[in-house]
Design a protein around this ligand. Structure first.
Ligand code: HEM
Length: 118
């Protein structure tokens, strides 16, 4: 179980790297597959991590997870809309891409800094 959990933590961190790396550092305002798939992957890998923690009877801070889920859905919404605009030939939406990157950084901060409670 520990190895499985660690593998999903790794995937979770790679998903974050894809979003923040693409939106903030590499493509700066351009929609990329890395941003879109990273945003989708965070929701899936995050929910799997919650499932693994619950199954292993590790304490789960439900308020924190709830907030992270809402923020992650907002990240995915920004990424999906920006990608859809490009697909339809309506041009880039740099503000949405930047918002997705900034919200992902916010979620990383929540993950690391929100330590109290269970
Ligand atoms: C953009 C979205 C997200 C980002 C950037 C993000 C980022 C992070 C980071 C940086 C960690 C810390 C890993 C560590 O300390 O080892 C983490 C852990 C975690 N995240 Fe997320 N997260 C996101 C979305 C979610 C979602 C949607 C959920 C669940 C619904 C979730 C559930 C978890 C759990 C359960 C852990 C603890 C893993 C562990 O250390 O055992 N995350 N996340």
């Amino acid at each position: 179980m520990d190895l499985l959990e660690n593998v999903f933590v790794l995937l979770h961190l790679l998903g974050m790297a894809a979003i923040v790396g693409s939106a903030v550092f590499v493509a700066r305002g351009r929609s990329t597959p890395a941003l879109l798939w990273g945003a989708r992957a965070q929701i899936v890998s995050g929910l799997i991590l919650v499932g693994i923690a619950e199954a292993g009877a590790d304490p789960v801070n439900h308020a924190k997870i709830g907030v992270k889920l809402v923020v992650a859905i907002a990240v995915a919404a920004c990424a999906e809309i920006a990608a859809a605009k490009v697909r339809k030939g309506e041009g880039e939406r740099p503000q949405l891409v930047t918002a997705a990157g900034a919200l992902a950084v916010l979620n990383a901060a929540i993950a690391v800094l929100w330590v109290s409670g269970s």
